[in-house]
Design a protein around this ligand. Structure first.
Ligand code: PAF
Length: 294
């Protein structure tokens, strides 16, 4: 199968390396020539514990390439870039019928009706991954990629067949349940760890921070219409399983990059407004992160 991956960040590199390991023909599409050159000359390496694996995927500049032979496209750019990348996808991948989006949050969904000609899938990535350089990625926690069809996404792809031991795929039917459960987790862990500058597990160790978690969680559950007790259990489990990891929002703040606050707590604020639900804690963390970005 010919697979295209758009995005040279940690998740894009992780997908590229593991799918290339399964002998698929994988092409990575990146924005920067420096990254293209780095992977071209040194290969793409994934470190996982004490082992390391290097592959040699094709790397193209997205701005230069149109491809009519890609079967599956995996869009692994940040949520705020989906809108900008959309015209390029429509123009350059005309024959691609299956597209998987693996962004945090739900803000990007509003751009997807434009993709009527494709089978669209949503993905939730539970792996821990840190990009150490343009061609080196550290797989810090083996998780799963959950995939669900979105709208009429039924191109017949057997996603679970793409699974590797350290990179499994799980197919689900309900994209809304899948995305809202993950959004709830991100809406609590990401802003709090970024504001407090602590790893995920530290949130559970302080009663005052636990209290903040509960308040953010209750608001998010109300807005997303998910059951609080189950969602809370999942949230605590993610904090425990990724206790030493820094959340993506904390890493964005530390590296002075734009965060995904709009796609996460911004989405909660917008939905709350439409439903007349008060979300003061989500508004509070949203404002703090926006201020930190500036
Ligand atoms: O965005 C992240 O960092 C991750 O989705 C999560 C689950 C919060 C773990 O760090």
């Amino acid at each position: 199968m010919k697979i295209g991956v758009i995005g040279g960040g940690s998740i894009g590199l992780l997908f590229t390396a593991y799918l290339a390991e399964s002998a698929h023909e994988v092409t990575l599409f990146v924005r920067r020539e420096a990254q293209q050159q780095a992977i071209h000359t040194m290969g793409l390496t994934v470190k996982a514990g004490s082992s390391a694996y290097t592959c040699q995927p094709k790397v193209c500049l997205l701005s230069e390439t149109g491809r009519n032979d890609i079967d599956v496209l995996i869009v692994a750019v940040k949520s705020y870039d989906v809108e900008h990348i959309m015209p390029e996808i429509i123009e350059k991948f005309k024959n691609t019928r299956s597209i998987l989006f693996v962004q945090n949050g739900m803000q990007h969904l509003r751009f997807l009706p434009h993709f009527k000609m494709h089978s669209i899938y949503m993905g939730v990535v539970e792996h821990g991954a840190m990009k150490e350089s343009d061609h080196l990625i550290n797989h810090t926690g083996v998780g799963r990629t959950k995939i669900a069809p979105y709208l009429d996404g039924h191109s017949g792809i057997n996603w679970e067949k793409l699974s590797k031991e350290k990179f499994p795929f799980f197919y689900q039917n309900d994209w809304y349940a899948m995305l809202s459960e993950k959004l709830h987790i991100n809406a609590v862990i990401n802003p709090l760890t970024a504001i407090l500058r602590v790893p995920n597990g530290a949130l559970l160790t302080n009663p005052h921070w636990l209290d903040l978690m509960e308040q953010l969680s209750e608001e998010a559950c109300k807005v997303l219409n998910i059951k609080y007790h189950e969602a809370w259990k999942d949230l605590v489990a993610v904090c425990e399983n990724t206790s030493l990891n820094k959340s993506s929002m904390l890493r964005d703040i530390e590296n002075k990059r734009r965060t995904e606050i709009e796609a996460i707590n911004g989405f909660i604020l917008n939905s709350a407004k439409g439903k007349n639900i008060e979300v003061p804690n989500n508004r509070f963390v949203y404002q703090i992160i926006k201020g930190m970005e500036e």
